[in-house]
Design a protein around this ligand. Structure first.
Ligand SMILES: Cc1cc2nc3c(=O)[nH]c(=O)nc-3n(C[C@H](O)[C@H](O)[C@H](O)COP(=O)(O)OP(=O)(O)OC[C@H]3O[C@@H](n4cnc5c(N)ncnc54)[C@H](O)[C@@H]3O)c2cc1C
Length: 556
């Protein structure tokens, strides 16, 4: 960055905002789990990072970028991130390979400006993390759930919604729960809804209660796009119910997949609003959460013998259905019985988190001294399983934790050395990409998908881990993590080739990703189609100088 530009930024931005062009600092933001920097010719660059301390600086930055856009020497573009933990999709890296990008880090904007505890509506800034919201709710004794994800405590609530991410609490679809957004379009024009503009009251609160506003719905333009920077969001939180139980349906026979899918659909249709989203995980995916990889960073998949042995040790069946029931004591009791009856139709083990099978061993383990548990292998395995089980339950109750992050360390040669409570896959040099296609909620399609993933992944020495998440009874997204050893250049290449084959061949079968990583955003989307031509018209109108998040969901 030129000395003049640095000086201009320093003169314009507030004193507490930090501007850095130190290579070591920039490199931290350029380190992702995706291994992009190790693929030939794919080096992303930054000229500076601006860590914004005051929301007003966002408007100042946009104005400055627009003003200097016609000056070829000083022209720069902006790439905003909230907490920059978009692991597997780009982490904190900019989407494009341009050379004049200033990364705008909004993680220091952590104000929760309002919480209406009777309505459960929270208004927060981009840097507010799952943990911060959880602490806030606990501190004030508000019985609401954080919209948690597997990405854990240090991720932004607002940015996850902008990515249209999802979790497993009752409000699964995170953008679905966003009621109101404030921000700036790329040309610096402020944005609030038409309801907010019309409202002459002092608190303008009614805007925070109605998602769709008035007139064209523009809030959606903030998501998976590069038109605007969001500075504030109001989100509807799910209320904690008096009673809760999670269920684990264990199916030993792979061939029963076709039989269990209609039962999941029935459960979701019959108990909408009481049963949260349902996950269906295959055996290897369960092992990735509980077992130690015997090959660590080596480029070998588990053999079927190893899978069988680990599955026996970890009590991991071919398929596991995980769901949760929320409600009053009476409702949960009845629905638990109904769920049990539904799944009884197929041979399976049905475990409920409030059953003696779970609560009793937990009580016993708690009575055993820690040192003894550590010495006796079987005990320590049981203790670890119960602990992970508890952590999974916490997530369903909207309490963030790092239990799901272990997955990213599957191919890490030093996986055991990291402190479980403070995992950060990018800082810890994990290799991870996501393949996250939507699949029609029909047994034949889901089986076709399973065969497809199990066929493609091993060709590239990638373990075929499969999760299906039912966002609703009629909509399934699968998340297949492509976990690789990021220190091995061949493994990085294989991982990307595997993802490319999954995506390109998957498209011919109707498996279409709901979200893309920053590299895919460059090669998969076709600027010539009607959809992206329209997006480009919008881009020109809202960002005439092309200064915002160049390349993010925007082919040209
Ligand atoms: C093991 C594991 C499990 C995961 N589980 C889940 C899961 O259950 N659900 C899920 O959705 N994801 C999951 N992820 C993926 C990802 O880590 C999360 O989605 C995470 O929340 C995204 O990172 P972030 O919140 O820090 O967003 P950021 O990285 O801050 O933002 C993401 C992108 O949004 C844009 N953006 C951010 N802030 C703004 C703003 N204020 N204005 C305009 N644009 C902005 C930027 O382009 C940015 O690159 C998982 C990842 C791992 C490794």
């Amino acid at each position: 960055m030129s000395a003049t530009l640095l000086k201009t930024l320093e003169e314009n931005l507030s004193n507490s905002t930090i501007i850095s062009n130190d290579k070591a600092v920039l490199n931290i933001y350029l380190q992702g789990t995706e291994g992009l920097e190790k693929l030939n010719g794919k080096n992303r660059e930054l000229i500076a990072v601006v860590k914004v301390a005051e929301a007003n600086d966002i408007k100042l930055l946009l104005d400055l970028a627009n003003k200097l856009a016609t000056n070829p020497k000083e022209k720069f573009t902006l790439y905003p991130i909230s907490t920059g933990n978009n692991w597997g999709y780009g982490t904190s890296q900019p989407a494009s390979l341009e050379k004049n990008i200033i990364l705008v880090d909004l993680s220091a904007l952590t104000t929760i400006s309002e919480f209406d505890h009777t309505l459960g509506l929270v208004t927060l800034e981009p840097g507010v993390t799952q943990q911060q919201l959880s602490d806030y709710l606990l501190q004030h004794n508000y019985d609401y759930m954080v919209p948690v994800t597997g990405a854990g405590p240090n991720c932004s609530i607002l940015a996850n919604a902008l990515e249209r991410g999802y979790g497993i609490t009752p409000y699964t679809d995170h953008f679905g729960a966003v009621i109101s957004i404030h921000g700036y379009w790329a040309d610096g024009t402020p944005f609030q809804s038409a309801i907010c503009e019309l409202d002459k009251s002092t608190d303008k609160f009614v805007d925070k209660t109605f998602k769709w506003g008035l007139g064209p719905y523009l809030d959606g333009l903030f998501t998976q796009s590069n038109f605007a920077i969001a500075t504030q969001m109001t989100i509807r939180l799910a209320k904690l119910k008096p009673e809760f139980t999670s269920f684990f349906i264990q199916i030993e026979d792979d061939a029963l997949l076709e039989k269990v899918i209609p039962l999941i659909r029935q459960t979701l249709q019959d108990y909408e609003g009481i049963v949260g989203s349902i996950n269906l995980l295959d055996q290897r995916r369960i092992l990735s959460m509980f077992a130690k990889n015997p090959h660590a960073s080596k480029q070998y998949n588990l053999t079927s013998n190893e899978v069988n042995m680990l599955a026996k040790q970890q009590n991991a069946p071919c398929w596991t259905v995980i769901g949760s029931i929320y409600g009053s004591k009476g409702v949960v009791k009845v629905v638990q019985k109904e769920v049990d009856t539904i799944f009884k139709q197929i041979p399976c083990k049905r475990i409920f988190s409030n059953s003696l099978l779970i609560t009793l061993p937990k009580k016993i383990i708690n009575l055993i001294p820690r040192w003894l548990i550590k010495r006796v292998n079987l005990l320590s395995m049981a203790a670890e399983q119960l602990d992970s089980f508890d952590k999974g339950k916490e997530i369903m109750l909207g309490k963030p934790n790092t239990v799901a992050l272990k997955l990213a360390y599957w191919r890490h040669n030093n996986a055991a050395s990291f402190d479980k409570s403070s995992l950060s896959p990018s800082e810890d040099s994990c290799g991870l990409l996501w393949y996250a296609p939507l699949i029609t909620m029909k047994a034949s399609h889901m089986r076709e998908f399973v065969c497809f993933v199990r066929d493609v992944c091993p060709k590239y020495s990638i373990e075929p881990f499969i999760t299906f998440t039912n966002l609703r009874h009629d909509c399934v997204d699968s998340t297949v993590p492509i976990v690789f050893d990021s220190s091995n250049p061949q493994a990085v290449k294989d991982a990307h080739a595997c993802l490319k084959e999954l995506v390109t061949i998957g498209l011919t079968k109707g498996f279409v990703p709901y979200r893309l990583n920053i590299d895919q955003q460059q090669w998969l989307l076709d600027e010539k189609t009607d959809f992206w031509q329209t997006v480009n018209k919008l881009k020109k109108a809202l960002d005439p100088n092309d200064i915002l998040s160049v390349g993010r969901y925007n082919p040209r």
